[in-house]
Write a protein that binds this ligand. Structure first.
Ligand code: GLN
Length: 551
């Protein structure tokens, strides 16, 4: 039977519960255990698919097409745990199931209540991921202890320990120890309060992971232990990392978190091997090169809106011993101030996915700049669609080329609705979602980067390149180099006579890992590095030329 770890958070949100849960998963996997990860989000939306990135950050898509919380991205980047739509439940999804059951009469006349019906449904969701192969299931509860909508989840995990025995469960509470500069003191009171809140509903945390800006002094840790009723060694410091989130697993190991979990859950585990991870970190901390990549989007101010894109760029950097500096560009700024001013000096330009009209002009202008200046360009989903519009307007002579998402009645709908989308009325969960195969043209940039002729990538879109324009575009130099196996849907386009101009309809960023950079991101960053080197050599030559001339 699988053991269960429940991760809750206190004091404030955004403490990095998802990252910490993922790191715990990774450490346990490295100790030979088979891990499952799952997240509960207490809000009422059925999934984050319909939420604005400003509210929620990126929507992370799984192979099965589930639109999930971005913490599942951390789970996939750090572990090998298989993820499915059963790994992310919101209150909305739980309630929807219960209300559907009620309408079918499945409650046989009984009054339907939070306890036991909602809590039973939550416990069933926990059991669902605890398959026969799982040694440990890590369940992260979103939100902060004390939130009204989180209560049924906390009640359910409290009951869970009664159902399967406390010795099979571990409660880990992530908390914040703020440092007050004026008093020159770390403050433990908020943690005491949040643990008291947990204990009031019957959960005694076994381990406290303390997020701090500075080192937690021994006496402070002891005070926390005493007031929160945990062992001294179960107060684990997790200090802010200066350079990279990939430092977190090692710091948790240094603070003996894996040992403590293995001991407390009586797990049979092998010893930990972290040498490869230390090497990975070494590459991050001591890169040999540096490039600047512009990411031109419309939710740039929300630092989590393009999370997996930034991560995938970092992974490519790790593989190439390169620090990738990201210039986060608000698309509207390009439109307002011109591409040269905003994008001058970058080594590559990436236009990520998105929805709606705002910022489209700036994205198209950025792509024109990349095309004309021979700067590496990587378009993803809406980025591909914008590349097609740009090419239509500025190269193929189709002046009002557009996507019907932006202008339903444009004369040249070079991007249009997928056939299956015409009947769709609901917005939630109805896009072309999840993994689909794609066949690549032999010898294309994409095929050479992947080293394969057929690949599978995740999708999230309603619109596609309009096949009526394929030939006309190819004749002008924008070629389709990847399609669905039946050849009907355009998956990849590439520009001829350009060092690296590639756009995809899928979201490759969801499949990149720190130890296995995605081949397209790697190819893109490599092209950016090559351009930077070329520019350096040219500048050097012209300096030497000038010196010769003045001599
Ligand atoms: N809005 C576009 C579509 O629905 C692109 C979606 C995306 O970039 N994820 O097709």
């Amino acid at each position: 039977m699988a053991k269960h770890i429940f991760v809750t958070g206190g004091v404030v949100s955004s403490l990095g519960k998802g990252l910490t849960s993922a790191c715990i998963g990774m450490l346990l996997e490295r100790r030979g255990l088979r891990v499952r990860l799952q997240k509960f989000d207490p809000y009422l939306n059925v999934d984050p698919g319909t939420m604005s990135p400003y509210q929620h950050g990126e929507v992370y898509v799984l192979d099965d097409g589930a639109e999930t919380d971005l913490d599942l991205g951390h789970y996939e980047r750090f572990t090998h745990a298989p993820l499915s739509r059963d790994c992310n439940y919101t209150s909305g999804k739980i309630y929807k199931t219960i209300i559907e059951k009620e309408r079918r009469g499945e409650f046989l006349g009984r009054t339907v209540q939070v306890i036991p019906h909602v809590t039973d449904e939550i416990k069933a969701a926990i059991r669902k991921v605890a398959d026969a192969d799982a040694d440990v299931v890590i369940t992260e509860i979103g939100g902060t202890v004390g939130d009204i909508e989180g209560m049924p989840f906390l009640e359910a995990i409290r009951q869970f320990a009664l159902d399967i025995g406390k010795h099979n469960c571990l409660y880990i509470h992530l908390t914040l120890i703020p440092f007050l500069k004026a008093a020159k003191e770390a403050k433990t009171k908020p943690t005491q309060h949040s643990v008291r809140e947990l204990r009031a509903i019957g959960i005694q945390p076994d381990i406290l992971i303390c997020r701090t800006e500075r080192e937690l002094a021994k006496d402070e840790a002891e005070k926390i232990a005493q007031f929160c009723n945990v062992e001294n060694r179960a107060v684990i410091e997790e200090r802010d990392k200066e350079f990279s989130i990939y430092e977190v697993p090692l710091s948790l190991v240094n603070n003996k978190l894996d040992e403590l979990i293995v001991e407390k859950l009586h797990l049979r585990a092998k010893s930990l091997e972290m040498d490869d991870w230390r090497q990975l970190l070494n590459r991050i901390l001591h890169p040999a090169h540096e490039v600047t990549i512009a990411v031109v989007g419309k939710y740039i101010k929300h630092h989590d809106a393009y999370k997996s894109i930034y991560e995938a760029l970092d992974h490519a950097g790790i593989a190439l011993h390169t620090r990738v500096l990201v210039r986060k560009v608000e698309a509207e700024d390009v439109q307002r101030e011109g591409a040269e001013k905003i994008l001058g000096g970058v080594d590559g330009i990436l236009v990520p996915g998105g929805f709606g009209d705002r910022g489209i002009g700036g994205k198209i202008e950025s792509i024109r700049y990349a095309r004309e200046r021979q700067a590496p360009f990587f378009g993803i989903c809406l980025g591909l669609q914008c590349a097609v519009i740009e090419f239509g307007r500025n190269v193929a002579g189709l002046e009002d080329a557009n996507s019907t998402e932006m202008d339903r009645n444009c004369r040249h709908p070079v991007v249009c609705l997928l056939d299956e989308q015409y009947q769709v009325t609901d917005l939630g969960g109805t896009m072309r979602l999840g993994s689909y195969p794609c066949k690549l043209e032999e010898g294309s940039l994409a095929q050479r980067a992947y080293g394969k002729l057929e690949v599978s990538e995740r999708h999230r879109h309603r619109y596609e390149f309009n096949n009526q324009y394929r030939q006309q575009f190819a004749a002008h130099g924008l070629k389709v180099t990847g399609t669905s196996p039946d050849g009907k849907l355009v998956e990849v386009v590439e520009l001829e006579n350009h060092p690296w101009f590639l756009a995809v309809q899928c979201h490759p960023e969801f499949k990149s890992k720190p130890i296995a950079a995605h081949p397209l991101f790697r190819g893109f960053v490599e092209a950016a590095l090559a351009r930077r080197d070329r520019k350096k050599t040219e500048a050097q030559r012209s300096r030497e030329g000038a010196a010769v001339a003045t001599n």
